[in-house]
Design a protein around this ligand. Structure first.
Ligand code: GLC
Length: 557
């Protein structure tokens, strides 16, 4: 594949604009899989720090780091034992401080992950709740309940864990008898906080201040739709199996009470200088419900999972784009766009398979086709108004690793038999930096999950300077996005008439045209080509033939 590049110059510093987050491109680092600074096979903060120039040169505005706090790692750090400490596996608070400072010096902002729905079962509060026994006030910070049945042998309600099995675990009381049950929407090692208890809110407001004082530029809020449960914890009733991506109304997700928490948090954030932001991980039934999280006095952004879950199909994409922009406009929040993260099958693999299989698949599919569509999907995403998220490794065109041996898997969903089959490990394999070396430059030693040998050719080193590589496509696209003020800005697109399978829209002088079909399509010429995700379209006279599964950027200026 070859592509036409614009001559947009790479800039040395990131311009600091007002409302930077409205059109920011934010890069997700999954710390254990990004870069290993100390050679233990696990990525760490020092690894991230030393690779910040790579991210600056890639052209992103901010970096969101998945959790690096003290944790027994029952769910890869989303089980936090101490919210104010760095896990030794990732480094120290001094390393976090150095990372934040270096990022700022390079013009990059740092967003950290906040996990307020649940703690680790090794958190001091939970250990105390277990030790102090039934009826103790320390239990009120979590959801402890007596079981049902003659001897309390049945869970208090019918809720299931997102990772499989009941959402309740029975404890053995300090006197050795079977006792109360506690709620965990995720793994048993992740007990849910009781947000009705004032100490929980106080604690999280203090944790926010701790990291704001450290200089972070924002927070990604984990399970932002989960903290408040319906009063009385009513049964769910008959229901299909729930997954992490469940988009249903339930008594434990998307309850209206969460919004009061965010109004309080917003007031704290606004006390701090600089433009700091919150982004919600909120899986809601509709994008209209998602918009509630980004009302002017609440959070700044929410992930657009409806977009992530949309197939590579012009009609479906147009519908979700319109619906998103229409939902966000009344609340004045930017739309966000995301194709991959650490919880779903990478989009190069999703698009390699038949549509309709969902976002959790372990089939390699047609890799070449998947990569071609992934590149096209990325150019479409980066042309839309709003903020875009890039998950580490997608700029290398990495596929999911679909054939990891069972013995290396770590996703708790795998062990809980959620029917998810350990799907999340496949998108978490450490990324390749160099063509050779024990872990393709991830670190001086091995890796916590094995990398396929084919990843030598997908490494940063192999792709750098290769004009048609996926890495250079991302670099060019991000440079064009910076130099074309119409990209990212605003809250609307002007659709142009287009044949079936093609999406074409204008934003000022800029035009984006995507052919999502498997055959070439002829359209009227759009102007001067800026960039193509695949071979350049042929442009005889007043017509242009768009190659299949290709997105093109044009300017009429
Ligand atoms: C979020 C995270 C996911 C984690 C879950 C429980 O969905 O993205 O990785 O397992 O929350 O914290």
């Amino acid at each position: 594949m070859s592509q036409q590049h614009s001559a947009a110059p790479a800039s040395d510093t990131v311009a600091v604009r007002g409302d930077w987050w409205r059109d920011a491109v934010i890069y997700q680092v999954y710390p254990r899989s990004f870069a290993d600074g100390d050679g233990d096979g696990m990525g760490d903060l020092e690894g991230v720090r030393t690779r910040l120039p790579y991210l600056r040169d890639l052209g992103v505005d901010a970096v969101w780091l998945s959790p690096f706090y003290a944790s027994p790692q029952a769910d890869a750090g989303y089980d936090v034992a101490d919210y104010r400490a760095v896990d030794p596996m990732f480094g120290t608070l001094l390393d976090a401080d150095a990372l934040i400072r270096d990022a700022h010096a390079l013009g990059l902002r740092i967003i950290v992950d906040l996990v307020p729905n649940h703690s680790s079962d090794q958190h001091e509060w939970f250990k105390r709740a277990l030790a102090e026994g039934p009826g103790s006030p320390s239990r009120d910070r979590y959801h402890f309940r007596p079981g049902k049945g003659a001897a309390g042998e049945l869970p208090p309600n019918d809720w299931e864990s997102i990772f499989g099995g009941p959402a309740w675990t029975r404890v053995t009381e300090p006197d050795g008898t079977p006792g109360d049950w506690y709620l965990h929407l995720f793994a048993p090692e992740q007990p849910d906080f009781n947000w009705e208890h004032p100490a929980v809110g106080d604690e999280f407001r203090s944790i926010l201040r701790f990291w704001l004082d450290m200089g972070v530029d924002g927070f990604r809020i984990d399970v932002a739709h989960g903290m408040v449960k319906a009063a009385g914890l009513p049964d769910l009733g008959s229901h299909d199996h729930l997954t992490l991506l469940a988009n249903d109304v339930t008594p434990f997700f998307d309850q209206d009470g969460v919004h009061e928490i965010y109004r309080q948090w917003r007031r704290i954030l606004d006390e701090y200088p600089g433009e700091r932001i919150f982004v919600a991980e909120a899986w809601t039934p509709t994008v209209e419900r998602t918009a509630n999280y980004v009302r002017p006095d609440e959070l700044h952004q929410a992930f657009n999972f409806q977009y992530l879950a949309t197939a590579w199909d012009a009609a479906s994409l147009r519908e979700v784009i319109d619906r998103t922009l229409d939902a966000m406009r009344p609340v004045g929040a930017p739309a966000t766009w995301v194709l991959s993260n650490h919880d779903v099958t990478r989009h190069a693999t999703r698009f390699a398979n038949e549509p309709g299989l969902g976002t959790q698949i372990r089939l390699a599919g047609d890799r070449e086709l998947g990569l071609r569509r992934a590149r096209a999907a990325t150019l479409l995403m980066l042309a839309l108004p709003g903020s875009a998220y890039v998950y580490q490794g997608e700029e290398l065109g990495l596929p999911d690793v679909v054939d990891l041996p069972d013995e290396v898997r770590q996703d708790p969903a795998y062990f809980r038999g959620a029917g998810q089959d350990g799907f999340r490990d496949g998108c978490r394999v450490p990324i390749p930096w160099t063509r050779t070396g024990p872990s393709y430059g991830f670190g001086p030693a091995g890796t916590w999950l094995p990398q396929p040998p084919t990843w030598a050719d997908l490494s940063v080193e192999s792709q750098t300077g290769v004009p048609d590589s996926t890495l250079e496509l991302y670099r060019t696209a991000l440079a064009v996005r910076r130099s074309e003020p119409d990209l990212g800005a605003g809250d609307a697109v002007e659709w142009l008439p287009a044949p079936e399978g093609v999406l074409a829209f204008r934003r000022g002088d800029f035009i984006c045209a995507a052919n999502t079909g498997d055959t070439p399509v002829t359209v009227p010429s759009y102007g001067r080509l800026l960039l193509s995700s695949a071979e350049p379209p042929s442009t005889p006279g007043a017509e242009t033939t768009l190659p299949p599964n290709t997105t093109t950027w044009w300017t009429t200026a």
